[in-house]
Design a binder for this molecule. Structure first.
Ligand SMILES: NC(=O)c1ccc[n+]([C@@H]2O[C@H](COP(=O)([O-])OP(=O)(O)OC[C@H]3O[C@@H](n4cnc5c(N)ncnc54)[C@H](OP(=O)(O)O)[C@@H]3O)[C@@H](O)[C@H]2O)c1
Length: 305
């Protein structure tokens, strides 16, 4: 069985991808500050930004594939701690790429739609990024560091949602939690994006990992919508009251970091490379709701100590 190392295994993508891949690969997860217990695959707690840690874990675990989900992924935290963001989102991925290249390990690294300023939308991989925040700039620098050190790596620019260990990490959870508690929330009508359900993302990432492709890929839903519309679709699928979502402008959101207004990405390159049809937003939300009915969020929350 092939060995898969998932960094950021306590994060939204890492935990879901690792659990999904368990049936097909020997999975090891790397976590950092969160303690987990009862998790059905081995995890190791390591700060990957400390010198020598990446080298050690790759030598020890000898993975065939690394999916590098570890990041400082909270946009406003990155504004407050730019040096930490640079180390985690740029320097560390560069080290990971160097080591993977040296050892012939397949690397899929995660980046973000936020590398673009969102003035245009429909971005292709060939379009020039223009980051607006510390998070976006450090993720863009991370892309360059990875491709410089390991030209065969895949970099996936993503935007996704799903159930997280904390129950609060994704926008879909935000809408579900608040609407099901009868609380009013803001929904931005002027921020467009293409959110992909995390399991659908995980499947595409593993297909990229198993392919010969390299370089940048936009891995998002083929459907673009505003954050307000996304909330309304969540409400509809879960039969919650969408009148609790107040349509507002992002300018009135009181957010620290600047947000790009139109982060819609073009996925032609991905669809052609893998010959796939990407699932749409409604299909994703249905699967997200199905997981609640099956007890998935309740089960994974128990892993958090
Ligand atoms: N969520 C989205 O919609 C979205 C959108 C665009 C791009 N992305 C990208 O997708 C990737 C996964 O995002 P996510 O939402 O799953 O992230 P997340 O939930 O914030 O999880 C981040 C993970 O990184 C780990 N980590 C942070 N610093 C570390 C360090 N120094 N050493 C080792 N591990 C460390 C964390 O470990 P602990 O929690 O244990 O400390 C956690 O497991 C990231 O690259 C992110 O930039 C996400």
């Amino acid at each position: 069985m092939k060995r898969l190392l998932v960094t950021g295994a306590s994060g939204l993508l890492g935990i879901n991808l690792a659990l999904r891949e368990l049936a097909h690969r020997e999975v090891t997860g790397i976590i950092n500050s969160h303690a987990l217990s009862g998790i059905p695959f081995p995890v190791e707690a390591l700060d990957l930004t400390l010198p020598g840690r990446i080298e050690h874990v790759l030598a020890d675990k000898k993975p065939d594939v690394v999916i590098n989900c570890a990041a400082l992924a909270n946009i406003d935290d990155c504004e407050k701690e730019p040096a930490k963001a640079l180390l985690t989102n740029s320097t560390m991925p560069g080290w990971m790429a160097q080591e993977c290249h040296k050892r012939g390990i397949r690397l899929v690294h995660l980046s973000t739609d936020a590398v673009f300023d969102g003035l245009q939308g429909g971005y292709r991989e060939t379009d020039t990024p223009h980051p607006l925040s510390v998070y976006a700039q450090t993720k863009l620098d991370g892309e360059k560091a990875v491709l410089d050190a390991c030209p065969d790596a895949v970099i996936a620019r993503v935007n996704f949602y799903g159930w997280s260990l904390s129950g609060k990490r994704s926008l879909a959870e935000f809408f579900y939690n608040n609407l099901s508690a009868g609380k009013q929330v803001n929904g931005f009508t002027d921020v467009l994006f293409c959110p992909l359900f995390v399991d659908h993302l995980a499947d595409v990432l593993m297909r990229l990992a198993d392919s010969d492709h390299s370089g940048l890929f936009h891995v998002v839903s083929p459907v673009a919508l505003s954050k307000y519309d996304f909330g309304c679709r969540i409400a509809r699928v879960f039969k919650l009251d969408d009148r609790l979502i107040k349509p507002v402008s992002v300018e009135d959101g009181g957010l620290l970091a600047r947000r790009s207004p139109n982060l819609t990405l073009n996925t032609d390159k991905l669809r052609k490379a893998l010959q796939l049809v990407l699932p749409g937003v409604d299909e994703g939300i249905q699967a997200f709701a199905g997981q609640l009915a099956n007890g998935h969020p309740q089960r994974i929350r128990k892993f958090l100590v």
